[in-house]
Design a protein around this ligand. Structure first.
Ligand code: PXL
Length: 256
């Protein structure tokens, strides 16, 4: 059987830690073929983020259409977008493409705190792009921003997942389709717990915390692994659970 194709839309990270380079590594580990559209070229490494050079929206659109041509896209993974124009270009693509699996990692800031999405783009991103997602994977600070509340405990992670789910589902309109929100609790103390809400039920995924400093790009790899698992035919809960196992192994290896 031929490999499934997964489209990644995101920023380029020259250090290979995050962004589409991390997406490619994850796709290779999952036996899927990656196709890519770059939203921004960044200059960064683990210590510093020197520059962000957004791709013009027409060039982004051409990348997406040439990448997708002659490919049956099994899933898409969307990370850093950078600008309003690119947020619009991606939304228009999603409206036309009607993909079943769209994993959105709502990248708002870099680990160092730099903004990776223009402030002007925020409400369009939330109200127009997010409703096309089938899985949304905010970390604690992204969940706080999207749900408009402080998210810093298991209880508030659950509430935020529900608030984000409700808003995106309401705006889905005639699109409907499944949606799961996975709030990543990796930055809390204690075990690393992620909480999934699918509109009906909560699921928790717990792993023992790996000691030491967490590598960059774990969010990118988690969302890419979910997209690859969905393209490979797994159901959402299994796709997320297996992605969490993959991430834990990745963090353990990078700590050695
Ligand atoms: O992990 C978020 C992220 C995503 N994409 C790119 C990034 C970062 C964080 O620095 O640089 C390109």
């Amino acid at each position: 059987m031929s490999k499934k194709v997964v489209l990644a839309i995101g920023g380029s990270d020259p250090s290979g830690g995050a962004g589409i380079q991390a997406d490619l590594a994850t796709f290779m580990d999952h036996g899927v073929s990656g196709i890519f559209a770059v939203t921004a070229v960044t200059a960064q490494n683990d210590e510093e983020l020197l520059a962000i050079h957004p791709t013009p929206a027409d060039i982004l659109t051409q990348q997406i259409s040439t990448a997708c041509k002659n490919n049956d896209v099994g899933a898409a993974k969307i990370g850093m977008i950078a600008t309003m124009a690119n947020t619009q270009a991606i939304t228009w693509f999603l409206r036309r493409a009607k993909l079943q699996h769209v994993v959105v990692d709502p990248v708002l800031h870099s680990s160092s705190g730099a903004s990776l999405l223009e402030a002007d783009a925020y409400s369009f991103y939330r109200q127009r792009l997010l409703p096309f997602a089938s899985v949304i994977t905010p970390n604690l600070s992204e969940a706080s921003a999207l749900a408009g509340m402080q998210v810093a405990s298991l209880e508030t992670m659950r509430t935020a997942a529900e608030v984000i789910h409700r808003e995106a589902s309401r705006l889905k309109g005639p699109l409907k389709g499944d949606l799961a929100v996975v709030v990543k609790g990796g930055h809390l103390d204690g075990d690393a717990v992620d909480v999934l809400f699918d509109g009906k039920e909560y699921h928790s995924f717990t792993e023992k915390r790996v000691s030491g400093r967490s590598p960059r790009g774990t969010g990118c790899r988690f969302a890419s692994a979910i997209a690859a698992n969905l393209a490979n035919g797994k159901e959402i809960v299994e796709a997320v659970s297996d992605a969490k196992d993959y991430l834990t192994e990745y963090i353990q290896k990078s700590d050695q």
